[in-house]
Design a protein around this ligand. Structure first.
Ligand SMILES: C[S@@+](CC[C@H](N)C(=O)[O-])C[C@H]1O[C@@H](n2cnc3c(N)ncnc32)[C@H](O)[C@@H]1O
Length: 393
């Protein structure tokens, strides 16, 4: 399966497909942490209504595009128009407010991008964000994805960084001849071929916001939830995405704010949920230091808030499926799946099924250090697919 844009820790497509199998066509499917939109795109292709939430603006953009139907010809013609406008523009003479009026964003861009690529990206940003050159928002989104995938890459392309696609950008070059304009037509071709727009039967809705408080979704309105929350300590999604988002209208300060609201990110210890949390600590059979305890506690509180809001929006007698792996915090296995079950049961869910599956080699992202950790590293290669049921009251 080819994807429209790289994304770390994407859900395995067969999990999304299996979860959606046989659902009645009038069902509404929700992924509260939709990432690249694997669940939403799959739902759109089988003709189900799909709604997504995610904090990360790039995730929302990718999942919006993943679940929208767009005519290839329209997108190709729009790219021709965009490129001729961008080539004509002296991009140093226009103002991109979120960059030019913000020294921190400017400094960030100077660190990660060469002057040739800055000029080209400024011109593209001007016509995609500051003064959109078309009113067709779907086409604009598709073109933004085509630009972004030249920045969020494994090897340096539009930026000086490698490994941006894995959210671990390293500045490995300081001179760059890459031509963003020349590379764009190919990038768009890739997006369109991965999208298979002809297969999309329903458009998805994607909201940018916090899965712990999904204000746009009414109580008892959703028929099926399928999602994969971030694992504790696993990936800082925004770190790599920031390199692209600064060209899509976001300054580094606002991105820092968004990042601080990610599940597991806040380190505030409050007294909420103390009782159940101590049950979990007892399961660890070992002393853990206060710092680790605080990290775990924060994560658990987030899982409680996530499952509580999922319970609120789900209709009764319906299921919510969570895909969860375990984490390694300084050599200790943390059973995120147990924490999730505690949290979901507290919200009112009942566990109806638990399956474990091997995470394919190319989707593993928890580097294991040391040779004495074989048992632990074997367990880290598994993820849990846990189905919860919302019983009638
Ligand atoms: C494991 S990824 C989801 C991957 C997705 N299932 C896919 O197939 O691409 C977790 C997602 O949760 C999002 N996230 C983290 N904290 C969040 C929050 N508080 N509210 C909404 N989304 C959040 C991250 O931005 C990330 O996209």
């Amino acid at each position: 399966m080819i994807h429209i844009h790289p994304f770390p820790a994407r859900m395995a497509p067969e999990i999304a497909l299996k979860g959606l199998e046989g659902l009645p066509k009038d069902y509404v499917v929700l992924d509260p942490m939709s990432g690249s939109g694997m669940v939403l795109g799959t739902a759109a292709k089988v003709g189900l209504q799909a709604i997504g939430y995610d904090l990360d603006p790039l995730a929302c953009l990718i999942s919006r595009v993943n679940g929208r139907s767009v005519a290839a010809e329209k997108a190709n013609n729009a790219l021709k128009d965009l490129l001729s406008l961008a080539r004509e523009l002296d991009s140093e003479k226009v103002t991109l407010g979120w960059i030019d009026n913000d020294p921190a964003t400017k400094k960030f861009i100077d660190f990660w991008f060469g002057s040739k690529q800055q000029k080209q990206l400024r011109a593209l940003s001007y016509f995609l964000v500051e003064r959109p050159f078309t009113k067709n928002s779907v086409v604009l989104d598709v073109l933004k994805v085509a630009v972004s995938r030249l920045i969020v890459t494994k090897e340096p392309k539009a930026s000086f960084a490698r490994d941006t696609a894995h959210s671990r950008p390293h500045r490995t070059i300081t001179e760059n001849n890459f031509d963003v304009f020349e590379a764009l037509p190919n990038s768009l071709r890739h997006v369109i071929s991965a999208l298979r727009p002809d297969q999309i039967k329903q458009n998805v809705k994607s909201f940018r916001g916090d899965a712990r408080r999904m204000g746009r979704i009414s109580d008892h309105s959703v028929d099926c939830i399928i999602t994969s929350p971030p694992y504790l300590n696993a990936i800082d999604y925004m770190r790599g995405h920031k390199l692209s988002l600064v060209w899509l209208g976001h300054d580094v300060g606002s991105l820092r704010n968004i990042r601080s609201r990610a599940v597991g990110a806040e380190l505030v210890l409050d007294s909420k949920h103390d009782q159940e949390f101590s049950k979990f600590l007892a399961l660890l059979h070992d002393d853990i230091d206060d710092k680790k305890k605080r990290i775990l506690k924060r994560y658990y509180v987030d899982l409680c808030d996530l499952t509580k809001d999922a319970f609120r929006v789900l209709k009764t007698d319906r299921d919510a499926t969570y895909v969860m792996g375990n984490s390694n915090v300084k050599g200790r296995e943390i059973r995120n799946s147990d924490l999730l079950i505690l949290a979901a049961e507290k919200a009112g869910f009942v566990v109806s099924d638990i399956k474990t599956r091997e995470i394919p080699e190319n989707r593993r992202y928890m580097p294991m250090k040391g040779s004495n950790q074989t048992a632990l590293s074997n367990r880290m290669k598994q993820e849990y697919v846990i189905r919860f049921h919302k019983p009638a009251a």
